[in-house]
Design a protein around this ligand. Structure first.
Ligand SMILES: NC(=O)c1ccc[n+]([C@@H]2O[C@H](COP(=O)([O-])OP(=O)(O)OC[C@H]3O[C@@H](n4cnc5c(N)ncnc54)[C@H](O)[C@@H]3O)[C@@H](O)[C@H]2O)c1
Length: 251
């Protein structure tokens, strides 16, 4: 496969780092853009040592359009191109929707939805300028379809992200740029560890996830790599659920 360059948001840890690992194993150069600049640099260094690919770790708050534009410029200056964008950065405060402050609601929307808008518009403009097509993957959630009282902001942002993905898929398809979603099920990361490592939720996984285990960041990374492969050229505007069969189980 031709050498490619991927920009992944929120990849200093968790699912983003798992995605970076899977793409790096295919020889893809990786740009880790994370609001935690120190962690982004450290993770980029670690990934380069683990996989041998070229990496760049940069601080970037995706809610700030000027910061996103600066990272895109930096990535193009360093690697000459961006072939893949993964809109992965996201937050989930887990607060009851009746207790949630307006500021918290707006912040979730800003990171999970508006941030992906900035990244996609700015990276896609660069892809269009280069004229070689591209791949854009949006990390959504099962919360596109189901939610809870503690995930009102999160589910609204992720359902919005799913439709944003579809709009970009229509706009960018003619330029050879595909846009798709990956909806992870329950994945063990720092975002969710506090919950899934308790005895009751851990037992729930065994009975409610047909494959019998919680997901890993690399389970999601492998799905992203699939959608970014040349074989996926005709897959555009769809959401792929990667949950070990969890959502197939009747309540
Ligand atoms: N873990 C799960 O079970 C699960 C399930 C479904 C969907 N997801 C989605 O997967 C994505 C990654 O989740 P995770 O579990 O790895 O989370 P995580 O909290 O472990 O990692 C998220 C990363 O995003 C970064 N980030 C946060 N705000 C940012 C901002 N404004 N700009 C740039 N970077 C920012 C954080 O610094 C962190 O490194 C999120 O979009 C999340 O909604 C996770």
């Amino acid at each position: 496969m031709q050498k490619r360059v991927a920009l992944i948001t929120g990849a200093a840890r968790g699912i983003g780092y798992g995605i970076a690992t899977c793409l790096a194993r295919q020889g893809t150069s990786i740009v880790i853009a994370d609001v935690n600049a120190k962690a982004a640099r450290a993770s980029a260094k670690q990934l380069a040592a683990e996989t041998g690919v070229k990496t760049l770790g940069v601080g970037c708050d995706i809610t700030r359009r000027t910061q996103v534009a600066a990272v895109v410029r930096q990535a193009v200056k360093r690697f000459g191109q961006i072939d893949i964008l993964v809109n992965n950065a996201g937050i989930c405060p887990f607060v009851d929707i009746m207790e949630m402050s307006e500021a918290m609601f707006k912040k979730t929307m800003d990171v999970n939805l508006n941030g992906a808008f900035h990244c996609t518009q700015l990276v896609a403009a660069e892809m269009i300028k280069r004229g070689q097509g591209g791949r854009i993957v949006f990390i959504t959630s099962l919360a596109v379809n189901v939610t809870s009282a503690q995930q009102g902001d999160y589910a609204a942002s992720k359902a919005g992200l799913h439709m944003l993905m579809k709009s970009f898929a229509i706009a960018l398809g003619p330029k050879g740029i595909t846009c798709n979603g990956v909806a992870p099920g329950m994945i063990l990361t720092d975002l969710t560890r506090f919950h899934w490592e308790k005895p009751e939720p851990a037992a729930f996984i065994k009975t409610r996830v047909p494959v019998g285990r919680i997901g890993t960041p690399e389970d999601i990374g492998n799905a992203v790599a699939l959608l970014c492969s040349p074989q996926a050229a005709y897959i555009n505007g769809v959401g792929l659920i990667v949950d070990g069969g969890h959502q197939a189980v009747c309540a």
